[in-house]
Ligand binder design. Structure first.
Ligand code: S3P
Length: 433
């Protein structure tokens, strides 16, 4: 699929974005090992979450969909998963593979986790090492890549210092900790998204958080099932938010978005860039804060992002780079080497593709430098099979002279299937062919 995008003006309207991807994965996985029926609404019916759903079905879990976004999970308890008949296909989803690995490490059977070529290139030593220390037998291709073969069983608790600030690795170890004999403590180098911790607590787990140390005591009682309304995905809202900030005459409202502070780095940085962003608190949903967002066009200034600030907006750098091309002065991103092992090498891919559109962007080993503002020009650009790159380049096309063609745009179905339709509703000139 290709997107054809033309320069647009005055995008207007109030929209919602689909359910949060991270929370949608976790609701299914934790619901599966709870006892009883978990009900989930506003679930994200995108490629990555469908992969989790099918893996759980292959492990013997009954999941029923009332409609695309409403489903129920019949929790089988800690010991009720069944050995899968073949390798579990995580498709392109790192969250599916890394979180499920934690659960499978605690199962008394052997399973294999595999995925598409893109996922097969992503680093897995970060979960292999702690799971082995907990007593699971985990093998990867060349010791560090998928497919992963996991022979699980009764685990030991560990005191583990994460080598990278990663919610996927943290969650993997905590989920394995559900199947351990002793408490498990994870120390994080930076505050990665805490959806797993919030959901475990909501399900009755004994989870203590002491600064960067998170301790899970294996539950004596089964996890309680949830009735959960998934908030809108802030990482999907980010594309509309930046469109609102950089498209002349735009004013966009996005309702019912998850406002978890461990995810909200982009909001702080856009404000520091003088963007007209308004945030309204809307209470909580399923233990997660809910906000409404409004973005209005205005002049932006360059900004610097580094250290813990990177972790709080780890998925937003492709669209942040687009915002930076329209900002006055220099924008510098540092300490973001993790971007090189996402769905694609996002530092190289963003720099290469935005340069095709005339952006002044230079790669650094751990980030990039953008000088702006620059009048972008339409070009044919590529998503590299990365959903967030496809959407970021489409938003860049909204402010570029002439026509922008985004190739490989089917990837946006991994997290935001309705992206094109929503932009059309806001008045953007965008179509898929
Ligand atoms: C996610 C964690 C992040 C993020 C990914 C989703 C999660 O990955 O990039 O899109 O749901 O836990 P890392 O933990 O590898 O940084």
């Amino acid at each position: 699929m290709r997107l054809i995008v033309r320069k647009s003006e005055g995008l207007r309207g109030a929209v919602r974005v689909p359910g949060d991807k991270s929370i949608s994965h976790r609701a299914l996985m934790l619901g599966a090992v709870a006892e009883g029926e978990t009900r989930v609404s506003n679930w994200l019916p995108a490629g990555d979450c469908q992969a989790t759903l099918r893996c759980l079905q292959a492990l013997g879990v009954t999941l029923e969909q009332d409609d695309a976004t409403t489903l129920s999970v019949q929790g089988v308890g800690r010991d009720g998963l069944r050995p899968p008949r073949k390798a579990l296909d995580c498709q392109g989803s790192g969250t599916t593979m890394r979180l499920l690995a934690g659960i499978l490490a605690g199962q008394a059977f052997t399973s294999t986790l595999d995925g598409h070529a893109g996922l097969r290139r992503r680093p897995m030593r970060r979960i292999i090492d702690p799971l082995r220390r907990m007593g699971a037998d985990v093998e990867g291709r060349d010791g560090r890549f998928p497919p992963l073969q996991i022979r699980g069983g009764q685990l030991h608790g560990v005191d583990y210092h994460l080598p990278v600030a990663s919610a996927q690795v943290k969650s993997c170890v905590l989920l394995a900790g559900l199947f351990a004999e002793e408490p498990t403590t994870v120390h994080e180098p930076g505050p990665a998204r805490d959806h797993t911790e919030r959901m475990l607590q909501a399900m009755g787990a004994d989870l203590q958080i002491d600064g960067p140390a998170i301790t899970l005591t294996p539950p004596a009682e089964p996890l309680r099932p949830l009735d959960l309304q998934v908030p809108g995905d802030l990482s999907s809202a980010a594309f509309l938010l930046v469109a609102g900030a950089i498209v002349p005459g735009a004013r966009i409202i996005i309702e019912d978005v998850g406002g978890n502070p461990t995810r909200a780095g982009l909001l702080d940085v856009l404000k520091a860039m003088s963007a007209h962003i308004n945030i309204e608190d809307r209470g909580t949903s399923g233990g997660e804060p809910l906000i409404d967002l409004a973005a209005q066009y205005g002049n932006l200034r360059g900004a610097e992002v580094d250290g813990a600030g990177v972790v709080r907006m780890i998925d937003e750098f492709p669209i942040f780079a687009v915002a930076a091309t329209q900002a006055e002065g220099q924008t510098v991103v540092s300490d973001a080497q993790e971007l090189r092992v996402k769905e694609t090498d996002r530092i190289a891919a963003v720099a290469t593709e935005l340069r095709r559109m005339g952006a002044a962007i230079e790669e650094k080993p751990d980030g990039f430098v953008v000088r702006g503002p620059v009048r972008l020009k339409g070009a044919t650009v590529n998503s590299y099979g990365d959903h967030r790159l496809a959407m970021a380049l489409a938003v860049a096309g909204l402010v570029a002279e002439g026509e922008t063609v985004v190739e490989g745009a089917e990837a946006l179905g991994d997290s935001y299937p309705g992206f094109v339709k929503t932009l059309q509703e806001l008045g953007a000139s965008i179509a898929n062919t």
